[in-house]
Write a protein that binds this ligand. Structure first.
Ligand code: UDP
Length: 239
C-alpha cells in the first residue's frame, strides 16, 4: 500500500495517509520521552521492537475476540492500521502498585492488589493528562456511557489475556496503558502495547523493596540497560 503525506508526528510515532481512506501507516521511532515530554532521549532499536511487539500482542488479542486497529505489518518499523478516531482517554489497568499510583496513594511499589484496578486520564498534554472518572468523561463528552462500558470490559479482557501470556514468559505484568478508537461505529483497541506503555517485572524478582524492570522505567529512572531490557522482552515473546 502506497504511503502518502504525513498526517501527524507524536512523541514515539509518525502517522501517514495511504491511498485507502480507511487505513493509515504508523511508523515507530526510537525517540523516547517521559514525564510529559520533560525528559527526552533515544532508545536505539526501540521503534523496531515496539512495532513488532505491539503487532504480536494485537494479533494475540484478536484471536481472543478483542477487536484491534491492526491491519498488516509492512516492515520492521511500519504497520498499516485502521484509521480510528482516538477516544481521548488513557486507560490504565494495574495489578500491582507502582509509579503514580504508589505516589498518589502512599502505597509501596510492589504491593499486589486483590483485584485489578482501572483508571482514566484525560489525554491532554497541556493539562498533563489529568486523572478523571467516568462522570467527568461523560460530562466532557469524551465518550458515551455505552462506549465507557465497552472500554472497561475490553481493558479487563486485555489484562486477563496479557497476564496469562507474560506469566508463561516468567514476567509479571504490573500495569499498562491502553488507548481505544472508533472505527465504523465500533470501539477497537488502538495505539500500542510495548515496554513504553507497560510495566514488566522479572517474575520472582520483586517485593516491596526491589524489583527488576524490563520496560521504560529503566529510561525514566536512569537505571541503565534500557536497550537490553527491550531486547530481552522481545526475545522472550518471539520464541
Ligand atoms: N503510561 C503510559 N503513558 C503515559 C502514562 C502512563 O504508557 O502517559 C503507562 C506506564 O508505562 C505504566 C502505566 O501506564 O505502565 C501506569 O503509569 P503511571 O500512572 O504509574 O505513571 P508513571 O509512573 O509512568 O508516570
Amino acid at each position: 500500500m502506497q504511503q502518502k503525506e504525513q498526517l501527524y508526528e507524536g512523541k514515539a510515532k509518525k502517522v501517514f495517509a495511504t491511498e485507502n481512506p480507511d487505513y493509515v501507516i504508523v511508523s515507530y521511532k526510537d525517540d523516547a520521552t517521559a514525564f510529559n515530554g520533560l525528559k527526552k532521549g533515544t532508545i536505539s532499536g526501540k521503534g523496531v521492537i515496539n512495532n513488532k511487539m505491539s503487532n504480536l500482542m494485537m494479533s494475540m488479542l484478536e484471536k481472543k475476540g478483542i477487536p484491534t486497529h491492526l491491519v498488516e505489518q509492512i516492515d520492521d518499523r511500519n504497520t498499516i492500521v485502521k484509521k480510528v478516531s482516538i477516544v481521548p482517554l488513557e486507560v490504565i489497568i494495574r495489578n500491582v502498585a507502582a509509579g503514580s499510583f504508589s505516589k498518589r496513594y502512599g502505597v509501596p511499589e510492589g504491593t499486589a492488589f486483590a483485584s485489578p484496578t482501572i483508571e482514566f486520564s484525560y489525554k491532554n498534554d497541556d493539562l498533563g493528562d489529568p486523572l478523571i472518572n467516568d462522570y467527568h468523561a461523560l460530562a466532557l463528552n469524551l465518550a458515551t456511557a455505552q462506549e465507557i462500558e465497552t472500554i472497561k470490559k475490553m481493558a479487563f479482557s486485555v489484562n486477563d489475556a496479557m497476564k496469562e501470556f507474560f506469566r508463561g514468559l516468567n514476567i509479571d505484568l504490573i500495569d499498562f496503558k491502553l488507548e481505544f478508537g472508533r472505527f465504523k461505529g465500533e470501539i477497537v483497541l488502538a495505539d500500542e502495547i510495548s515496554p513504553d506503555t507497560c510495566r514488566f517485572w522479572e517474575a520472582g524478582s520483586w517485593d516491596t523493596t526491589k524489583h527488576v524492570s524490563l520496560d521504560k522505567d529503566r529510561f525514566r529512572r536512569d537505571l541503565g540497560g534500557v536497550e537490553d531490557a527491550y531486547e530481552e522482552i522481545f526475545k522472550r515473546i518471539s520464541k
